[in-house]
Ligand binder design. Sequence first.
Ligand code: ADP
Ligand code: TYD
Length: 203
Amino acid sequence: MRGKFITFEGIDGAGKSTHIDWVAERLRARADTGRVVTTREPGGTPLGEDLRQLLLHRPMHLETEALLMFAARREHIAEVIEPALARGDWVISDRFTDATFAYQGGGRGLPTARLEVLETWVQGGLQPDLTLLFDVPLETASARLAGARSPDKFEAESRAFFQRTRDEYLRRAAAAPERFRVIDATRAIEEIRVTLEEIIASL
Ligand code: ADP
Ligand code: TYD
Protein backbone atom coordinates (compact mmCIF):
# COMPACT_ATOMS: atom_id res chain seq x y z
CA MET A 1 0.00 0.00 0.00
CA ARG A 2 1.31 3.43 -0.98
CA GLY A 3 1.96 5.82 1.87
CA LYS A 4 0.33 9.22 2.26
CA PHE A 5 1.98 12.51 1.35
CA ILE A 6 1.26 15.43 3.68
CA THR A 7 2.57 18.98 3.19
CA PHE A 8 2.78 21.91 5.61
CA GLU A 9 2.40 25.43 4.20
CA GLY A 10 2.07 29.02 5.33
CA ILE A 11 3.88 32.35 5.27
CA ASP A 12 7.14 32.64 7.22
CA GLY A 13 6.45 32.85 10.95
CA ALA A 14 2.99 31.21 10.76
CA GLY A 15 4.28 28.42 13.00
CA LYS A 16 4.28 25.36 10.74
CA SER A 17 7.78 24.08 11.67
CA THR A 18 6.69 24.14 15.32
CA HIS A 19 4.15 21.38 14.62
CA ILE A 20 5.85 19.07 12.12
CA ASP A 21 7.75 16.80 14.50
CA TRP A 22 4.75 16.55 16.79
CA VAL A 23 2.45 15.48 13.93
CA ALA A 24 5.06 12.94 12.79
CA GLU A 25 5.23 11.49 16.31
CA ARG A 26 1.43 11.25 16.55
CA LEU A 27 1.36 9.38 13.23
CA ARG A 28 4.19 7.07 14.30
CA ALA A 29 2.16 6.17 17.37
CA ARG A 30 -0.51 4.70 15.09
CA ALA A 31 -0.30 1.07 14.04
CA ASP A 32 -1.30 1.64 10.42
CA THR A 33 1.16 4.27 9.18
CA GLY A 34 4.44 2.37 8.78
CA ARG A 35 7.47 4.65 8.78
CA VAL A 36 6.93 8.40 8.79
CA VAL A 37 9.57 10.47 7.01
CA THR A 38 9.88 14.21 7.62
CA THR A 39 11.59 16.42 5.06
CA ARG A 40 11.57 19.97 3.72
CA GLU A 41 11.72 22.22 0.67
CA PRO A 42 13.75 23.73 -0.71
CA GLY A 43 16.06 20.93 0.41
CA GLY A 44 15.48 17.36 1.50
CA THR A 45 18.48 15.94 -0.41
CA PRO A 46 22.21 16.87 -0.31
CA LEU A 47 21.92 18.66 -3.68
CA GLY A 48 18.61 20.23 -2.64
CA GLU A 49 20.17 21.60 0.55
CA ASP A 50 22.98 23.18 -1.54
CA LEU A 51 20.34 24.76 -3.79
CA ARG A 52 18.52 25.95 -0.65
CA GLN A 53 21.59 27.91 0.41
CA LEU A 54 21.66 29.69 -2.96
CA LEU A 55 17.90 30.26 -2.98
CA LEU A 56 17.75 31.71 0.53
CA HIS A 57 20.80 33.93 0.31
CA ARG A 58 21.71 34.86 -3.28
CA PRO A 59 19.81 37.49 -5.27
CA MET A 60 18.69 36.09 -8.65
CA HIS A 61 16.21 36.58 -11.49
CA LEU A 62 12.75 35.48 -10.39
CA GLU A 63 12.53 32.85 -13.14
CA THR A 64 15.90 31.45 -12.05
CA GLU A 65 14.46 31.24 -8.55
CA ALA A 66 11.39 29.35 -9.74
CA LEU A 67 13.47 27.00 -11.90
CA LEU A 68 15.84 26.22 -9.02
CA MET A 69 12.89 25.54 -6.71
CA PHE A 70 11.61 22.98 -9.20
CA ALA A 71 15.11 21.58 -9.82
CA ALA A 72 15.49 20.93 -6.08
CA ARG A 73 11.98 19.44 -6.09
CA ARG A 74 12.80 17.09 -8.97
CA GLU A 75 15.71 15.69 -6.98
CA HIS A 76 13.61 15.52 -3.81
CA ILE A 77 10.83 13.57 -5.53
CA ALA A 78 13.24 11.16 -7.23
CA GLU A 79 15.50 10.53 -4.24
CA VAL A 80 13.19 10.80 -1.24
CA ILE A 81 9.46 11.30 -1.75
CA GLU A 82 8.61 8.78 -4.46
CA PRO A 83 10.74 5.89 -3.09
CA ALA A 84 9.30 6.45 0.40
CA LEU A 85 5.67 6.50 -0.77
CA ALA A 86 6.29 3.42 -2.92
CA ARG A 87 7.66 1.55 0.14
CA GLY A 88 4.50 2.43 2.03
CA ASP A 89 6.14 5.09 4.20
CA TRP A 90 4.29 8.31 4.94
CA VAL A 91 6.01 11.56 3.97
CA ILE A 92 5.54 14.91 5.68
CA SER A 93 7.19 17.84 3.90
CA ASP A 94 7.72 21.31 5.34
CA ARG A 95 6.59 23.10 2.13
CA PHE A 96 6.09 21.81 -1.42
CA THR A 97 4.73 23.23 -4.70
CA ASP A 98 2.01 25.39 -3.15
CA ALA A 99 4.90 27.47 -1.76
CA THR A 100 6.15 28.15 -5.30
CA PHE A 101 2.69 29.26 -6.43
CA ALA A 102 2.35 31.43 -3.31
CA TYR A 103 5.86 32.98 -3.16
CA GLN A 104 7.11 33.05 -6.77
CA GLY A 105 3.58 33.34 -8.23
CA GLY A 106 1.67 35.44 -5.67
CA GLY A 107 4.58 37.18 -3.94
CA ARG A 108 6.82 37.88 -6.94
CA GLY A 109 4.17 37.91 -9.66
CA LEU A 110 5.46 35.11 -11.92
CA PRO A 111 2.57 33.99 -14.16
CA THR A 112 0.86 30.88 -12.80
CA ALA A 113 0.79 29.29 -16.27
CA ARG A 114 4.61 29.09 -16.27
CA LEU A 115 4.61 27.39 -12.89
CA GLU A 116 1.93 24.94 -14.02
CA VAL A 117 4.19 23.82 -16.89
CA LEU A 118 7.00 23.10 -14.44
CA GLU A 119 4.61 21.41 -12.00
CA THR A 120 3.43 18.98 -14.67
CA TRP A 121 6.97 18.33 -15.90
CA VAL A 122 8.46 17.71 -12.47
CA GLN A 123 5.57 16.02 -10.67
CA GLY A 124 3.59 14.22 -13.34
CA GLY A 125 0.50 13.25 -11.35
CA LEU A 126 2.11 13.53 -7.90
CA GLN A 127 0.13 15.76 -5.53
CA PRO A 128 -0.06 15.82 -1.75
CA ASP A 129 -2.90 13.79 -0.22
CA LEU A 130 -3.32 16.51 2.39
CA THR A 131 -1.99 20.07 2.74
CA LEU A 132 -2.16 21.83 6.10
CA LEU A 133 -2.16 25.61 5.58
CA PHE A 134 -1.10 27.45 8.73
CA ASP A 135 -2.79 30.79 8.34
CA VAL A 136 -2.08 33.95 10.32
CA PRO A 137 -2.33 37.68 9.56
CA LEU A 138 0.96 39.33 8.60
CA GLU A 139 1.25 41.12 11.93
CA THR A 140 1.20 37.84 13.84
CA ALA A 141 3.80 36.26 11.57
CA SER A 142 6.20 39.19 11.76
CA ALA A 143 5.80 39.49 15.53
CA ARG A 144 6.68 35.79 15.86
CA LEU A 145 9.71 36.12 13.61
CA ALA A 146 11.03 39.28 15.28
CA GLY A 147 13.95 38.21 17.41
CA ALA A 148 13.44 34.51 16.62
CA ARG A 149 16.09 34.36 13.85
CA SER A 150 17.97 36.64 11.46
CA PRO A 151 15.91 37.05 8.28
CA ASP A 152 16.86 35.23 5.05
CA LYS A 153 16.14 36.65 1.56
CA PHE A 154 12.43 35.83 1.75
CA GLU A 155 11.88 36.82 5.38
CA ALA A 156 13.31 40.27 4.54
CA GLU A 157 10.58 40.84 1.91
CA SER A 158 7.98 43.60 2.15
CA ARG A 159 4.60 43.52 3.83
CA ALA A 160 2.94 43.72 0.39
CA PHE A 161 4.92 40.65 -0.75
CA PHE A 162 3.68 38.58 2.20
CA GLN A 163 0.13 39.85 1.76
CA ARG A 164 0.16 38.61 -1.85
CA THR A 165 1.76 35.34 -0.73
CA ARG A 166 -0.87 34.75 1.96
CA ASP A 167 -3.69 35.70 -0.44
CA GLU A 168 -2.42 33.20 -3.03
CA TYR A 169 -2.23 30.42 -0.41
CA LEU A 170 -5.82 31.13 0.64
CA ARG A 171 -6.96 31.27 -2.99
CA ARG A 172 -5.39 27.88 -3.68
CA ALA A 173 -6.93 26.42 -0.54
CA ALA A 174 -10.39 27.63 -1.59
CA ALA A 175 -9.88 26.17 -5.08
CA ALA A 176 -8.93 22.70 -3.76
CA PRO A 177 -10.90 22.17 -0.53
CA GLU A 178 -10.60 18.35 -0.82
CA ARG A 179 -6.82 18.61 -0.40
CA PHE A 180 -6.38 21.61 1.93
CA ARG A 181 -7.16 22.13 5.58
CA VAL A 182 -6.76 25.77 6.63
CA ILE A 183 -5.63 26.03 10.25
CA ASP A 184 -6.21 29.17 12.27
CA ALA A 185 -2.64 29.40 13.52
CA THR A 186 -3.20 32.56 15.58
CA ARG A 187 -4.27 30.30 18.47
CA ALA A 188 -2.07 28.86 21.21
CA ILE A 189 0.09 25.87 20.28
CA GLU A 190 -2.01 23.52 22.47
CA GLU A 191 -5.24 24.59 20.78
CA ILE A 192 -3.74 24.09 17.34
CA ARG A 193 -2.69 20.59 18.40
CA VAL A 194 -6.30 19.72 19.22
CA THR A 195 -7.26 20.61 15.63
CA LEU A 196 -4.28 18.69 14.25
CA GLU A 197 -5.23 15.64 16.33
CA GLU A 198 -8.73 15.69 14.80
CA ILE A 199 -7.29 15.93 11.30
CA ILE A 200 -4.84 13.08 11.95
CA ALA A 201 -7.62 10.91 13.32
CA SER A 202 -9.57 11.37 10.09
CA LEU A 203 -6.70 10.22 7.84
P1 ADP B 1 7.36 28.82 10.35
O1 ADP B 1 8.00 27.46 10.28
O2 ADP B 1 5.95 28.80 9.90
O3 ADP B 1 8.17 29.89 9.70
P2 ADP B 1 7.95 28.56 13.18
O4 ADP B 1 7.28 27.28 13.52
O5 ADP B 1 9.44 28.58 13.04
O6 ADP B 1 7.28 29.22 11.88
O7 ADP B 1 7.51 29.63 14.28
C1 ADP B 1 8.00 30.98 14.28
C2 ADP B 1 8.12 31.47 15.74
O8 ADP B 1 6.83 31.56 16.32
C3 ADP B 1 8.91 30.51 16.64
O9 ADP B 1 9.69 31.28 17.53
C4 ADP B 1 7.82 29.73 17.39
O10 ADP B 1 8.25 29.33 18.65
C5 ADP B 1 6.71 30.76 17.49
N1 ADP B 1 5.36 30.14 17.45
C6 ADP B 1 4.96 29.13 16.64
N2 ADP B 1 3.64 28.85 16.85
C7 ADP B 1 3.21 29.71 17.79
C8 ADP B 1 1.92 29.92 18.42
N3 ADP B 1 0.85 29.19 18.10
N4 ADP B 1 1.85 30.88 19.33
C9 ADP B 1 2.92 31.64 19.65
N5 ADP B 1 4.15 31.51 19.10
C10 ADP B 1 4.31 30.56 18.17
P1 TYD C 1 11.31 27.49 5.18
O1 TYD C 1 12.04 26.21 5.22
O2 TYD C 1 9.91 27.51 5.63
O3 TYD C 1 12.14 28.56 6.00
P2 TYD C 1 12.47 28.53 7.55
O4 TYD C 1 13.14 27.23 7.84
O5 TYD C 1 13.35 29.73 7.65
O6 TYD C 1 11.12 28.64 8.24
O7 TYD C 1 11.33 28.06 3.70
C1 TYD C 1 12.39 28.74 3.18
C2 TYD C 1 11.91 29.90 2.35
O8 TYD C 1 11.77 29.50 0.98
C3 TYD C 1 10.58 30.48 2.77
O9 TYD C 1 10.74 31.88 2.95
C4 TYD C 1 9.67 30.24 1.59
C5 TYD C 1 10.61 30.07 0.43
N1 TYD C 1 10.10 29.18 -0.63
C6 TYD C 1 9.73 29.72 -1.86
O10 TYD C 1 9.81 30.94 -2.06
N2 TYD C 1 9.29 28.88 -2.85
C7 TYD C 1 9.22 27.53 -2.69
O11 TYD C 1 8.82 26.80 -3.62
C8 TYD C 1 9.60 26.99 -1.42
C9 TYD C 1 9.55 25.49 -1.19
C10 TYD C 1 10.04 27.84 -0.42
